[in-house]
Design a protein around this ligand. Structure first.
Ligand code: SAH
Length: 347
């Protein structure tokens, strides 16, 4: 029998689940708080012993187990490797900023979007993660931070996977994430990164989950975008940008455009001017990422002067732009890299 992942249940679902076992209504709140605080069934001290026993036999408290952690000597960034209950392995990154701890979550095992520069997609997508498996990554990271009297403050959905390709689970995860009795992280502390699935972007704009939307643009026009991202064959950049404008209207939040600079493909200052023209008048910000070279794909990053020239060209056109700080460069911080090494070594 498949064990039930209790972390995926809303308080109402939990109440129903427990009342089917003859438990009174108040148990749901107790179990919900314990689960989200990372307490295993055996230690849920205000539950009857028989219930604790039954839950450990039939349910899962946290479906995420930490396999390995690697801490960067440069900046304290911690790379995490997790194992799921079915044996799949996923990864995450915990970044220690002055303003708080940010955890980068995976939303799928691998990814099926096929971006040419991305290591997560090289083996396709094995499956999507459940809400419990997304919350469980935070619960597990909080377990590590607790030793230092700390916890996770911010979430970025920028690990492996396309969050809007796992729509229902991601939306349920976000609704559970902000609950007061649970992990209680507000939507202003969450960023969701998408390669631009237009229908689901528009649908998401209406969910009343006003997270910061990061849009992986990576190109000034459709032709260049198609060279890097197969998803650009399905959605025109005009439609993606319209969906961004709609998101800004609905949520009042600005959109961040992610732009990974790839040598010889999208990094020419002329392309920065073209990009600026496309983004004119939008309430947005451009985040430049020097590409983490993916040798498997033969794509290379850019030099510092190239980043600078591109950034200056955008600034000249009054586009708000920053260069993303690289964290954990010594520990394979980029998405998908560590997992791939682990799988290769353990084949
Ligand atoms: N699927 C989502 C989120 C995951 S990737 C998305 O596409 O946005 C998070 C960010 O890292 C995306 O902007 C992605 O394009 C970028 N990225 C992936 N591989 C990269 C690499 N090798 N170098 C730099 N950025 C990369």
């Amino acid at each position: 029998m498949m064990k039930t992942q209790l972390l995926s249940l809303t308080p109402e679902e939990l109440r129903e689940f427990l009342s089917a076992k003859g438990q009174p209504g108040f148990r749901a709140k107790q179990v919900f708080s314990w689960l989200h605080a990372g307490v295993p069934f055996e230690q849920m001290s205000n539950l009857p012993k028989a219930l604790r026993q039954e839950l450990s036999e039939t349910c899962i408290d946290n479906p995420i187990a930490i396999l390995e952690t690697i801490e960067s000597k440069l900046d304290g960034t911690i790379k995490l490797l997790y194992r799921l209950t079915d044996g799949h392995v996923i990864e995450g990154v915990l970044m220690r900023y002055k303003y708080g701890n940010t955890l980068c979550l995976s939303t799928q095992v691998g990814c099926r979007m096929g971006c040419k520069f991305c290591a997560s997609t090289l083996d396709g997508c094995a499956r999507s993660l459940t809400p419990a498996e997304m919350l469980g990554q935070i619960v597990a990271a909080n377990g590590i931070l607790a030793a230092q009297g700390q916890k996770v403050h911010n979430i970025v959905l920028m690990g492996s996977g396309e969050p809007l390709d796992n729509y229902d689970n991601v939306v349920k995860f976000l609704r559970l994430l902000r609950m007061e009795d649970g992990i209680c992280i507000g939507m202003r502390s969450v960023s969701l990164s998408t390669c631009g699935l237009v229908e689901n972007m528009r649908r998401f704009a209406q969910e009343d989950l006003p997270v910061t939307l990061s849009l992986s643009l990576h190109a000034p026009n459709d032709e260049v975008r198609r060279q890097l991202m197969p998803v650009a064959n399905k959605y025109k950049m005009d439609d993606v940008l319209d969906a961004c404008r709609y998101y800004i209207e609905q949520t009042g939040r600005r959109v961040i455009f992610e732009y990974a600079l790839v040598h010889g493909v999208n990094a020419d200052p002329e392309q920065a001017y073209e990009l600026a023209d496309r983004l004119r008048g939008m309430q947005c910000h451009v985040n430049l990422i020097p590409l983490n070279s993916v040798p498997e794909r033969g794509l290379t990053g850019v030099s510092e002067p190239e980043v600078d020239a591109f950034k200056k060209a955008l600034e000249k056109k009054n586009i708000s732009v920053t260069r993303r700080r690289e964290m954990g460069d010594d520990i394979e911080g980029a998405c998908g890299q560590l997992r791939r090494r682990y799988i290769k070594e353990n084949e």
